[in-house]
Design a protein around this ligand. Structure first.
Ligand code: DHB
Length: 509
């Protein structure tokens, strides 16, 4: 539990600049404090009134805090911090106090694109337009909320130099965590109870934040930004459909989708700071089928090298054809998902690939399931041979937009994109949560919740399954599920998410 300095707060809060109107207009980036630009300024806030399920919640909004001393991009290296007003009056919310409230740390990253911090207001546009924000719900339950922005794959500075290539986004999130710890004594909320949340690329970054706590691999990047000199390990991770383990995701994808030749892919772009998604359909050509056939056999080799075991101790391996206890365990997760849906009264008659008798899910035809959900990506799903994927762009450099990050795609480079060079393996590793689980020098978060919808085709089911199984094997508390028929998305089960958060918040570190 962290030490809190209580007395000076009251005096400072009396000088608050705004105490009434609810406003949604963002503030300009904070003016650096002469003593230390990273010191939280309790006087720089606006009051916001949030309507959460019929309840009015009053919060202090500390928006656009630049969380490093030498930012390279103050559009994204900023954080919004929200604190329930009650904590400034010695009151409790949801059983928490200013001293004990966990800090909910959601990021808005999607597609490894740059992301602005989240706000407590409903989104103006995008898939969640008009919906109650997860941040507002967290505040109504007594969490302090800190939502960091982060640089992303196309981000450039005024000279046209790329500033958001890997590992920029994770370095930014770590710097934000360090800011919270640096300010822990004064800022309401317990920086020893930070719970990260994110979806897809944002889920991968949450997981990576949870896995790579305090690892020195990131030290020089953090020092270059003037990040606070504080720890960056966190307490818990909520990751929705994490697009992680990119080095092995191509093989995993073909292990699952080999033989499914029609695809419906989503093209991601940015428009006015918002991510746009457009669906494009097609059929794999013969060369792409060859790529699928070349990649799929690499997956059993990878899995068998992980020495994964089920909770009952069974070795989760695969034979050369990709069958075996590992696949059975993934299928069992799907069956458990279907059983939960059935128990909740969902009509599963359209899922002809399930065997159901006497209201029990007794079997699954995995190949038929895969055909039913359909392929989204062409092989290689992530490291595109012509460097056209978002992940190719993630692994570019200051002066090069795209690079390969797997040996296979580098060796089979094609297309018109110049070069076809490969990212430095250390940078690739620094984007993969798997690389830091159990690694010497990394403090892994003890509590994890991982969700990947059963209808999600953005990465193979094996990717979150391997993450969750590795965590379980290493003694972490893991709540893992493949919610029934849920597509690639996040924050769709807030009651369950917040129940999990409340339960883990009572646990020790
Ligand atoms: C996301 C989706 C993808 O399919 C991908 O490859 C990377 C990121 C996303 O939604 O964040």
């Amino acid at each position: 539990m962290s030490f809190k300095l209580n007395l000076p707060w009251a005096a400072l809060w009396l000088t608050a600049v705004c105490t009434t109107a609810c406003t949604t207009s963002p503030m300009s980036p904070a003016t650096p404090d002469a003593a230390d630009a990273l010191r939280w300024n309790p006087a720089r806030f606006e009051t916001q009134q949030l309507s959460v399920n019929g309840q009015t919640v009053t919060v202090r909004a500390f928006e656009n805090i630049v969380y490093v001393r030498q930012p390279v991009d103050t559009t994204y290296q900023v954080m919004n911090v929200y604190v329930p007003e009650a904590y400034f009056h010695g009151q409790a919310v949801g059983g928490y106090t200013a001293r004990t409230a966990p800090i909910f740390l959601p990021n808005n990253v999607g597609g490894y694109m740059p992301a602005k911090p989240g706000t407590a207001q409903p989104a103006a546009q995008g898939p969640n337009a008009g919906k109650l924000s997860t941040i507002a719900v967290a505040l109504s339950k007594g969490y302090v909320v800190a939502s960091p922005g982060a640089r992303g794959r196309p981000t450039k500075d005024a000279n046209g130099v790329y500033t958001g290539k890997a590992p920029a986004a994770i370095v930014d999130l770590k710097a934000a965590v360090r800011w919270l710890r640096f300010n822990d004594a004064a800022l309401p909320g317990d920086a020893e109870k930070i719970i990260a949340n994110g979806t897809s690329a944002g889920g991968a970054l949450s997981a990576l934040l949870g896995a790579s706590g305090n690892h020195t691999d990131y030290a020089s990047h953090l020092a270059a930004l003037g990040a606070a000199d504080a720890r960056d390990d966190i307490f818990a991770v909520s990751a929705y459909c994490p697009i992680t383990n990119l080095e092995h995701a191509d093989a995993a994808y073909e292990w699952q989708f080999q033989g499914v030749n029609d695809y419906r892919k989503i093209e991601i772009s940015m428009l006015d700071f918002n991510m746009q998604r457009k669906e494009v359909a097609g059929t794999l050509n013969a060369a792409q089928m060859d790529v699928s056939n070349a990649l799929a056999p690499g997956f059993p080799v990878y899995v068998n090298g992980l020495n994964l075991r089920s909770a009952s101790g069974q070795a989760l391996t695969l034979d050369a054809a990709g069958n075996g206890p590992f696949k059975d365990a993934v299928a069992a997760q799907l069956m458990a998902s279907a059983q939960r849906a059935l128990d909740a009264g969902t009509d599963l008659s359209a899922a002809t690939w399930l065997r159901i008798s006497n209201a029990q899910v007794t079997g699954i035809d995995f190949a038929a399931y895969v055909h039913a959900i359909g392929r989204m990506k062409q092989p290689p799903a992530f490291d595109d041979l012509a460097l056209a994927s978002g992940e190719n762009q993630l692994f570019g450099t200051a002066h090069m937009d795209t690079q390969h990050f797997t040996a296979y795609s580098a060796a089979h480079h094609s297309g018109t994109a110049a070069g076809g060079s490969s990212a430095d393996p250390q940078t690739v590793r620094m984007m993969n949560a798997m690389a830091y689980l159990g690694a010497p020098g990394a403090r892994n978060a003890p509590h994890w919740r991982v969700r990947h919808g059963s209808a999600d085709r953005d990465t193979a089911l094996a990717v979150p399954f391997i993450l969750a199984t590795t965590l379980q094997q290493q003694g972490k508390t893991v709540d893992f599920a493949l919610p029934w028929n849920v597509p690639h998305s996040g924050d769709y089960d807030l009651d369950a998410l917040f129940s999990w958060m409340a339960a883990v918040a009572t646990q020790p570190r």
